[in-house]
Structure formats: C-alpha cells, structure tokens
Design a protein around this ligand. Structure first.
Ligand code: PMP
Ligand code: GLN
Length: 391
C-alpha cells in the first residue's frame, strides 16, 4: 500500500451537498427543492440543432477556444444586453460549464501564495479550486437578511497581496443581485489594489421585479480587470449540457485559454452549435423563464410563510432562503435531512457555503420546478407545519 498522502485540498472534501441532498431526496421519494436544476428541459429547437450536429457532424475536436458560431453569438449577446463589445476571436472562450470557466480563470490569474477573496456564503467550488492553485483564500461575509456588500467588509480583506476576488451576482444561494452602488465600491477597491475580478454571472437573466443585472466589467475602468462567466445550463434550462464561457480582455482571456487547453481542451461541438442556435433564436425562452420563475418564487415564498418560515428577499436566481431559527436546533444539515425524510421536501443547508463557523439557521429552497410540484410541496408544508403554527 502506498502511503504518500493525496492532495489534502481534495482528500479532505466530502461529496458536494447538492449530490448528497439529491440522493437523499431519491431515497425518501421527496420533492427535490435542493439541487438547483429545472425539471423541464429548455427549447426543443436547441436540442434539435444539437441532435442534427450529432448526426451530421462535426464530431471531431472543435477549435480549442470554441466553435466560431458560438463565440460570435456570445459576443452579439453581450452587445445586445449590456452594450459590451468582445472580440469573438480573442476575448471569448467556450468551456465545459461555468465550473470549468471558474477553475480555468483561477488557474490563469492566481499564482501560489496570492491572496484570493471570496464572498460568503460562497458557491462551493470557489474555495477548493482556488486552494488547489495555491492561493490563500480570504473570505468576507454578507449578513442576512439583506446580504449587502459593504465598504467595511471589503476594507477588511483587500490588501496589496490581493490578486483577485470571485464575485457571484445574481448570487447563489442568497438570491442577491448586487446594485451599482455595491459594485462601484468593489470597483474602487479593485483599482486601488490593482486586483482582478472573476465574475460568476451564470444567473444573469434570472432577475426579478424589474431589477437589472449589471456586469461589473461594464463599470468605468473595469474592462481591463474583470472576466465574466456564463452558463448555457441556466440560460436555457439545460444544466446537464455543461456548456459555459468566459469573456474579458484579450490579455486575460488568452491566459485563461491556456489553462482551459490543459483542463478539458474543448467542449462537445454539437452542444456548442445547439447553444449558438439558442443565443441567436431562442432568447425569448429565457426572457419568459425569468417571468415564470418570479411567479414561482412568489408561490413558494407564500407557502413557506404560511408554514411559519421567515422568508428572506430573493432578487434573482433559482433560489430563496428561509431563516428557520425557531426550528433548526444546532444543525441546519440535520434539519434538511429531517425535512427530506419527514416532510418529503429536500432543501439545501447554508453551512457548506462557509469555510468555518457557519450560521445554522439558513436554508435554501429551489423554485425552478413545475407548478404542480410546487403545489404538492405547499401541501406537504401545510400538512406538516400549519397545525403547529396555528396553535
Ligand atoms: N456558479 C454558480 C453560482 C452556480 O450556481 C453554478 C451551478 N449551477 C455554477 C457556477 C456552475 O455552472 P455549470 O453547471 O455551468 O458548471
Ligand atoms: N449550482 C447548483 C446548485 O447550486 C448545483 C450544481 C451541482 O450540483 N454541482 O444547486
């Protein structure tokens, strides 16, 4: 038996909470409001375009930075929605999901010993991906119920050692959509400390109540120090396809392409052509999805409130958060296991989104499910909790 230790960044990890809760939901026949994936596939025309490409080709390695059609469509999309100009030959790289784009960006921008900032509650891949490249991770925390990004929090972590910050807006799990005021504060710190921002914008179109998603890179002087990451999975309800991208200044994107070439090198050409078709012809689907999701958020939120939960504001994404202090005890994870087993609804505890001393009272529910599923969830909540809260 070889005794040499494997890399502790990974050997010390459990299985992701999303996988754990989905497996538990299956075992107990629970409604899965845990892992964030829609239960209806996105446009048939996109799937047919990909199927045609599978049958008729191309089926060999596509260009390393992505199919030109998709890179052009991504560049047009950024111009249409944000008035941003990206050269599709030098400033856009297609990746195997946003997860790969994030890891490739961290590999390309951070060197061992550099400080990298994450904002907790943080998406679970950020910390291990940064630590694997040897970055020293510093976390700031946003406080419920409003999870605002403040100058004090930024001042507490930025220093001359800061190389980059990973920022996610609209934000998983909080549902925050950062405003221009908060992004402006961050921009000032990035300039002062000559740091980069890796902007995870996978939920860019899923914003509610007339809010606007503002890419940090669109703020003055940010063009040279930000990269923005997106995911077709979220845009077109095709999360299993794992088609993502990163765009930004050529000086940064060219190095990210070097990391990408050694991570996955390329992404399925058929899926890329399907998504190119989606960006060209199916954006109506995405805009309608935004409206539908807002209604589903409101429905689930009302059901949870009737069941006695304190529902926090959700401005975007697939998710809403409840403060369940009155029920949770000292383990949010155990409470989610109980919800799955006894109430028949799986949800995600917040604690895995923190490095240490996580709050224990916050629970995330996904509302990107068919209405009849949400209605059944509401019935189960009512059956289980309403009699208690009515006392
Ligand atoms: N970032 C965030 C904030 C996410 O919620 C997710 C997961 N859906 C990803 C990145 C990963 O996206 P993808 O499935 O395209 O890798
Ligand atoms: N992003 C999805 C979520 O937050 C899960 C992705 C995954 O399972 N890795 O639920």
């Amino acid at each position: 038996m070889a005794k040499r230790a494997a890399n502790p960044v990974f050997s010390g990890q459990g299985t992701t909470i999303f996988t754990v809760m989905s497996a538990l939901a299956t075992r107990h026949g629970a409604i899965n409001l845990g892992q964030g994936f829609p239960d209806e596939d996105g446009p048939l025309a996109i799937r047919e375009a990909a199927a045609r490409a599978l049958v008729h080709g191309p089926n060999q390695y596509p260009p390393m930075t992505g199919m030109p059609q998709l890179r052009r469509a991504l560049s047009t999309h950024a111009a249409r929605f944000y008035d941003l100009g990206f050269d599709s030959d030098n400033e856009v790289v297609v990746t195997s999901g946003a997860t790969e784009a994030l890891t490739a960006s961290f590999m390309a921008l951070a060197s061992p010993g550099d400080e990298a900032i994450i904002i907790e509650p943080a998406y679970d891949s950020y910390r291990p991906a940064l630590e694997a490249v040897g970055a020293k991770v510093k976390a700031i925390r946003l406080e419920p119920p409003h999870f605002r990004l403040t100058e004090d929090a930024l001042a507490s972590v930025f220093s001359e050692h800061t190389k980059l910050i990973a920022i996610n807006s609209p934000m998983n799990p909080t549902g925050r959509v950062f405003g221009r005021d908060e992004l402006g504060l961050l921009a000032a710190f990035l300039t002062r400390y000559d740091a980069y921002a890796v902007c995870d914008e996978v939920y860019e179109h899923l914003v509610f109540d007339g809010r606007e998603h503002v890419p940090l890179i669109s703020l003055p002087h940010m063009r040279e120090r930000c990269v923005r990451i997106g995911s077709a999975g979220k845009m077109f309800s095709l999360t299993g396809w794992k088609v993502g991208w990163v765009m930004g200044p050529a000086a940064l994107v060219s190095v990210i392409a070097k990391a990408h070439q050694f991570l996955t090198f390329t992404t399925s050409p058929a899926l890329q052509l399907g998504i190119a078709h989606g960006l060209e012809d199916e954006m109506e689907y995405t805009l309608a999805l935004q409206r539908k999701l807002q209604g589903k958020r409101d429905y689930l939120s009302a059901a949870l409130q009737r069941a006695g939960f304190n529902v926090l504001p959700s401005e975007g994404t697939y998710f809403l958060t409840v403060d369940a202090s009155h029920l949770v005890g000292n383990s949010d994870r155990m409470f989610c296991e109980f919800l799955t087993r006894e109430v028949g609804i799986a949800a995600i505890p917040y604690s895995p989104f923190y490095g240490e001393t996580a709050p224990k009272h916050l629970i995330r529910f996904a509302f990107c499910k068919r209405m009849e599923i949400l209605e059944e969830a509401a019935r189960r909540l009512e059956t289980h909790f309403a009699p208690v809260s009515a006392k």
